[in-house]
Design a binder for this molecule. Structure first.
Ligand SMILES: C[S@@+](CC[C@H](N)C(=O)[O-])C[C@H]1O[C@@H](n2cnc3c(N)ncnc32)[C@H](O)[C@@H]1O
Length: 209
């Protein structure tokens, strides 16, 4: 069972839930890992495309998982208590959440980019961030847990993460981001430079020297 740290981390976050809906499941490996570890009882593996879903079907054949072709939530009819949306861009995740049905469930979201766009979306659409993590697996991956509710994030918290900033293990991530920003700043035009300076300032604030 050789799995990436990212997949293992996402599977760990399924622990204690009954039915996990994995939107954009692709290979279904997060769900399979969660089943193998005995963390979940049922799953709905869904994907927009047939080919990935076939691969999920193969990987999940020994477990109680339904495989459903669906654009986000649109064709999902069964109940779930956790929704996983991982490995996609923040804008796509936000688009998918536009059709999130009313109900009692948590979200685990792992955007591949622009985490601040997703935090902003969650705040504006009555979702509340309840935890955040960062996993280093060749790249840094930020993971957000959210539930229905209200939150008021400052501009800085949207950029750095209201909970992530309190985690000692996120310090390396922030330092990495600062270095990256400093590098890009050298070749940026004035508009981009202003945006990067803002980001630089926010990350700088949360770094403990
Ligand atoms: C990069 S894979 C991520 C796989 C897995 N979630 C992970 O984190 O390892 C993205 C998957 O999302 C699927 N996808 C993209 N847009 C989607 C949508 N609107 N609804 C459902 N699945 C979608 C793609 O077909 C692809 O299989």
């Amino acid at each position: 069972m050789a799995r990436s740290k990212r997949i293992l981390g996402l599977a760990d976050l399924c622990k204690g839930y009954d039915t996990v809906l994995d939107i954009g499941t692709d290979h279904g490996l997060v769900l399979r890992t969660a089943f193998e570890k005995g963390y979940i009882r049922h799953a709905i593996a869904s994907d927009l495309r047939e080919q990935p879903l076939k691969s999920a079907q193969k990987n999940l054949k020994d477990y109680p998982a339904q495989c459903v072709i669906s654009d986000g939530f649109l064709a999902i009819e069964s109940q779930f208590d956790l929704v996983m949306i991982a490995g996609m861009g923040a804008y796509l995740i936000s688009d998918i959440l536009e059709h999130a049905p009313i109900g009692q469930y948590d979200l685990i979201l792992q955007p591949n980019d622009k985490v601040h766009v997703l935090r902003s979306y969650l705040m504006e659409n009555q979702w509340k961030i309840t935890d955040e993590w960062v996993i280093h697996d060749h790249f840094y991956y930020v993971i957000i847990k959210a539930t229905r509710g209200k939150m008021n994030l400052s501009d800085d918290d949207i950029l750095v993460g209201p909970i992530l900033k309190t985690k000692p293990e996120a310090q390396d991530f922030y330092k990495h981001k600062l270095k990256l920003i400093e590098k890009i700043m050298k070749t940026s035009d004035e508009t981009k430079l202003q945006e990067l300076k803002r980001l630089h300032q926010a990350y700088n604030h949360v770094i403990i020297c």
